[in-house]
Write a protein of this length. Sequence first.
Length: 641
Amino acid sequence: MYDSLVVSTGFKIIEIDDAGEKIRLYNYCEICNAADAVAQVLSSLENSLVLVAVPKSSIFVSVIIGILKSNNVFACTLTSNTDSLLKEREQYKASCLVSLSIGSDTYASIYNSTVFFTFFVDDKLPNVGISKNCYVVHTSGTTGKQKEVIVPYTAIMPNIVDFSERFSLSLSDIIAYGTAVTFDPSVVELFLAVHVGCALLIIPEVVRVRPSVYGRVLLNYAVTFLQTTPSVLKLLPSVVLSELLSATSSLRVLLVGGEAFPLSFLRKYFTLHCKTTVCNVYGLTEVSCWASVRKVDYETLIQSGEVDIGNLIRETAWKISPSNELMIGGRRCIIDRSYEQQWVATGDLVKIKVNGIRLNLNEIEAKVASLDGVDSCAVLNYKEGLILFLKSGQLQSMGSKVDRRALFEIFKKSKSAIAVNDIPEIFASFGVDVAKDKHETFVSLGFTSFMATELMLQIEHLVVKPGFSIVQYVLSDDGTVEGLLSALNCLHQTSVITCNTVTEEHLSVLDYVSQSTLCWDYYMEKCIDATPVVSKNFVIIGSHSGLLISVAVEDGTLRWKRRFGDRIEGSVAVKYGTVAVGCYDHYVYFLDEDTGNMVWKFETEEIVKSTAEFISDGKCIVTSHDKYIRLLDYKVSVAEF
């Protein structure tokens, strides 16, 4: 009987900061003590929903475990704005809101931080009587309208037990906790580590959305279990992918799901000597979470044209409807407060017919994706034909998946050119009233990254602020409707241009190839905040690792490199054959541009982040966080003022 999640002895948390640096290791006893403190605060509730508005961290994990220990149910949110949080709490009908920002008389001290608990009217969740409820998640809408899914232990724990046994997970494993907490695959990552009693490497959201940093973290912390989508996998640097799938890699298990398996893409990195178990996983939120697994070996990767969805995991069933749609049953959840549905429609057609010819859309996508110049593609069945989308960059939903329904809507709407006077109507198509909702953030209005991308495609030509990123603004915590409107050219009225005819044009794949290609790269070990400086056909740049390099623009050949005592955050200054660079170790360094040899170093009283300014040969102005401006003569090694 699956009715609880037991924290196994040995479970530990590895927490890192936004730069990927290790903060601390939390052991089993510390985690359990923190969880007990949470459970004590929630002891007056039972089978009630607790909304967690805590960033992914050791505190977050302990709060989740504490909620489950108190026989309650959790749901997660990425929202941080107070008004938006309270509105989301109402939507979830949560009995308690847990946060670090909304003050309350009820709180607990966890790892030297104050966690607040705000209680509301206790609204008990429906219980099917077979098993206790575990968590609540809202679907992204890729298989239809958005739904509330209440997941009992009987739905999620068979997935956890199956994976722990199938992949022989043990105390020595390190599981990457990288999925956004609002999506159910994140529950698999967390629950596996708790159930097995191994290490959970918490990947902060800031790291997760920066592929180079994310990839470096996976390597540096010797992750053994990684779960990801094809879209995220394709964003990782080539050097990281090659290392992850090398013969000496620490990665034992790589699960890829959420979209069609990236067969052509992985062929570039998978070798006969790779020891990593690579699997295609398939499932949907309504049966929480994965339903089937297919191990993909070297022979399949090299010779096969596609990868099927594999074999069912524990206590899962499926069938094909008369319309050839795949239906999944077995591990049932409470969908929109109803437990009556035995079979859940996946929205995936196992086979379809176009003009009497039986086709497999996945095969078409795989064939197109294998062509040079195509990074990603999606095929939709439309009337008596097919629509093929080609992109040099992947469009994703917040769950890192391609939303085919949204692609179809883009296709239908692509026949109109949008002008300023259409803005209210365009916003309304996303459920936004520009007058009523002008002070609301797009995040609070439920915008996903795909919605932000679609909005950007329709209004980007109206932006008047140089360098303004619509997608980044819409997905930020402070991105309001009013703020976006102010960035648009709303003072100039233009007419609507509507296309009355559609012209069919056959384009070659090369028409979609990006005009730029990667010529070379250089691994700087940590974050790079500085802007590269080019002088005499060489690039000079530093990173948070304290590494400063000079490499040839043409081919990346290293001219020289120097290592300093702390991070380099500012750009270098280069003039008169001299390189000036500030460092977090409080020094300003002067180096010979051609050799990298030290000319002089000057110590300030605080970190140096700014770029120096040469005013003449031998003299340079520098600033520091000690609030002083100095004129340095590096040729005679003296500070003039």
